[in-house]
Ligand binder design. Sequence first.
Ligand code: 2DT
Length: 241
Amino acid sequence: MARRGAFVVVEGLDRSGKTTQTDILRQRIQEAGKEVACVKFPDRSTPIGKMIDLYLRSQSDLDDHVVHLLFSANRWELASTILSHLEQGKLVLCDRYAFSGIAFSVAKILPSQPSLSTTIHSEQSFGKLSPINLTWARAPDSALPSPDLTLFLDVSPEVAYTRGGYGEERYEKADMQSRVRSVFEEIGREVSADAGEGKHGNGKWIVIDAGREMHTVTEEIWRHVQPLLDGVESSVGRLWA
Ligand code: 2DT
């Protein structure tokens, strides 16, 4: 079987340096003489992306379920493009993916001091729309192309604060960010456990301590990506499949 390009996702909390690190990684891949296709979610340029952008900038209000489905639809809009880059042997470098979708949507229903195991698996109340739980949140992204490697850039709320705090958009609040962090941890445990059992094709999950000096973080990221530069032999997996 011909080798295809590797699919690398960078996930991260606000102020984790995700954008900077993704940019440096793209440059290094190019300097290594490899072709790289960059994708970013949400892609605010598509018709669905424009609705997401209005929502994130608090210019529109939408039900949480609707927003979740829009973020997922935004990924499906680009799924065939991602697959074709991979087939052409390009490394696809993706800034946020379905794991962000799950983390942010599930985080909305968590109490400030999250106790994930009780909250996200709890029974849903009658007479109201069901709160978003992990099972529901995974469904719309299921069968999307799955990454070979996800690098989760982790940063504590304290470090984020010393880096100048959060921005203006809807989710850029300390309380929300720490709940998002908890859900990311849960997703990471799940992806890693599944990879260990060879169950899901969700690829490898690596936590990078992004609270360190920028250069140290860059080098660690590179150590994980370098082995993928010549592509991979296996076919592209499908999320949660
Ligand atoms: P950026 O700041 O990286 O542009 O992200 N988000 C993102 C979701 O809630 N669901 C998703 O599926 C994705 C991809 C994370 C904008 C915000 O959108 C959130 C932060």
